[in-house]
Each structure stands twice: as structure tokens, then as C-alpha cells.
Write a new protein. Structure first.
Length: 156
């Protein structure tokens, strides 16, 4: 598959009739509306979830297309699998409440594991710095948001 070398911009347009494509859980799942136009709004989070669901259905159990953010998923457990791959046979990895990379090489290896195994980390990026710290990744697909500096899944 060729690497995309240039920046691309796109527009996603879809029409919903008698439906609620992006309910607001803080407002009893009422549709999100633009206060000026009363047109429905769909957030970037909603679009990312729709993409994650599609990739999950399309690629099934392919280990390269795992989904990092899952309903009911325990992130530290997912992070721990990266450390188990990077530090095989080390018993502390299975039980430690907090884990951090020992050096920059290990940090890169942990991030690489996450990028290699989770589609949404590669595509959208992730801040994976809970108790079991896997660092941060800046994804390839982004919506306008505050500026942030991070690591990407780009191979050197």
C-alpha cells in the first residue's frame, strides 16, 4: 500500500432523516443542534466512533486492526500488553500498578507496539499515560483542535 505523501483535506457529507446521528448524553440523548441554524451537529468523537466500528467489522480479528478505545475496555490492561511484548519474561510487568519506559528506546518500542496493533492509535492518535504509561501518539487523521506536540506512528 503506498504511503500518502501529501496533506489531503476532505468533506464528509451525509443526510439523516427522522434520526439522531449524534445524541448528547448530557441532555437525555437529545440531538446536538447548532444554536444559530438549528441544523444537527455531529462531533469528531462521533465520526471517529463510526470509523472505529466500521474498521472493527471490516477487519474482524486481524491483529493489525485492533481498536484501542472500546466500550468497557480497561486501558491499563491494554498498555500492559505492550510492556509484556517489550519486556518478555519480566514478572514485574504483569503486576506493577505503575509502569514507565526505562529509556527513550523502550518508550519508542512501546509506542511502536501500540501503533502496530491498534488502528485508532495510528489513525487518530492517543494519550496513553495512565498508570501504565505508553506515552503519546499524534495520529494521521485529525480534526481542528488545540495545538499539541507529540510523537507520531511514522516510521523513521
Amino acid at each position: 500500500m503506498p504511503v500518502i505523501a501529501n496533506r489531503h483535506e476532505f468533506v464528509l457529507l451525509f443526510d439523516v432523516t427522522n434520526g439522531n446521528p449524534n445524541g448528547d448524553p448530557d441532555s437525555g440523548n437529545q440531538p446536538r443542534l447548532d444554536p444559530d441554524t438549528s441544523h444537527g451537529l455531529v462531533t469528531d468523537v462521533c465520526l471517529k466512533r463510526k470509523i472505529r466500528n466500521y474498521v472493527s467489522l471490516f477487519h474482524g480479528d486481524d491483529p493489525r486492526f485492533g481498536i484501542y478505545l472500546q466500550d468497557g475496555g480497561i486501558l491499563n490492561r491494554t498498555h500492559r500488553t505492550a510492556y509484556q511484548a517489550v519486556r518478555p519474561g519480566e514478572t514485574m510487568v504483569a503486576t506493577a500498578a505503575r509502569l514507565s519506559p526505562r529509556d527513550e528506546d523502550e518508550a519508542a518500542a512501546v509506542r511502536r507496539f501500540m501503533c502496530d496493533h491498534f488502528f485508532d492509535v495510528r489513525a487518530f492518535g492517543a494519550v496513553m499515560s495512565t498508570g501504565v504509561n505508553c506515552g503519546q501518539v499524534l495520529g494521521r487523521c485529525s480534526w481542528p483542535s488545540p495545538s499539541r506536540s507529540s510523537r507520531s506512528c511514522r516510521r523513521s
